[in-house]
Design a protein around this ligand. Structure first.
Ligand code: FAD
Length: 260
């Protein structure tokens, strides 16, 4: 079985995220990390490989500039077998549909039985890519999976909802996204970090995939950021020192703000 995991390079979760007022695009010059939601996707794929056996492969795929190698290295150190990096200046500024279209090209070229994604990224947070990817690959999409198992060419899953979960079944190939409650991602071991150095990473361009530059990138984006504003600084705040009346004073404060 061929399992493919999508991984995204995002600004460090603790870094201040800024939109460049001139380009209206996210400033990506600071520290970057593997999108935290993707660690659960990698872990889910590795656990599936351990269940299904050694003939199963786990390939990670990312659409990123050269520095995307950082997230690939981490995923390979966790235990993925190999990596695909779609790295082309023509991809810059792609919106969700452009990113999904380009990633679908790379994944289709590699071949797949199951694609596993995180539920969202920590920078754009649209949560739309897994569904768009399933559409471009022409396969079922199953999102917010908190548990799934594979039996032959059947995928059974529990899909997390606000009120509990749904039991859903679909045939393979398919695309799934997994929630944070599905597992506890492993830390790369020293052995894993060393092994990652020799695992293959294939770098692809849009031309390698036969994708027209006009189909992706800022020029093809259906959504355009027209303006942005800094979040207003936090208003003045009161500190309540509890001298036995802390609870009452907080209640009075909430009442005064019509919150109670
Ligand atoms: C601040 C900001 C706002 C944006 N707003 C919009 C918008 O409103 N509409 C729009 O169409 N685009 C928007 N974009 C662009 C969009 O973020 C990118 O196209 C992005 O690559 C895909 O969307 P996402 O990060 O929201 O993915 P999500 O759907 O939130 O992420 C789900 C999963 O998709 C996978 N994934 C996402 N991007 C990649 C990648 N490059 N390589 C590999 N896997 C990936 C990851 O596994 C991730 O866990 C925005 C970008 C920024 C920085």
């Amino acid at each position: 079985m061929k399992i493919v995991v999508t991984v995204k390079l995002v600004p460090d979760t603790t870094a201040d995220k800024r939109i460049d007022p001139a380009t209206k695009r996210l400033v990506r010059t600071g520290e970057t990390v593997l999108n935290p939601f993707d660690e659960y996707a990698i872990e889910a794929a590795l656990q599936l490989k351990e269940k299904l056996g050694a003939e199963t492969t786990v390939t990670v795929v990312t659409m990123a500039p050269e520095r995307g190698k950082e997230v690939v290295r981490k995923a390979l150190a966790m235990g993925a077998d190999d990596a695909l990096m779609l790295s082309d200046p023509g991809c810059e500024g792609s919106d969700v549909m452009g990113t999904a279209y380009a990633l679908a090209g790379a994944i289709a070229k590699n071949g797949f039985d199951l694609v596993v994604c995180g539920t969202q990224s920590t920078d754009a947070i649209t949560g739309e890519l897994p569904g768009a990817l399933a559409e471009f690959l022409g396969v079922p999409g199953l999102t917010y999976g908190r548990k799934f198992e594979i039996d032959g060419t059947t995928l059974r899953a529990e899909r997390e909802t606000d009120s509990g979960f749904l039991k859903v079944t679909t045939g393979l190939p398919a695309v799934v996204s997994v929630t944070k409650s599905i597992n506890e991602p492993r830390y790369p071991s020293f052995k894993g970090i060393m092994a990652a150095k020799t695992k293959p990473t294939t770098t692809l361009s849009l031309a390698d995939l036969g994708i027209e530059a006009s189909a992706v990138g800022l020029g093809a984006a259906a959504t355009v950021v027209v303006d942005s504003a800094e979040r207003p600084a936090r208003g003045e705040h009161a500190v309540v020192k509890d001298e036995g009346d802390g609870g009452k004073r907080i209640a009075d404060f909430l009442v005064s703000r019509k919150l109670l």
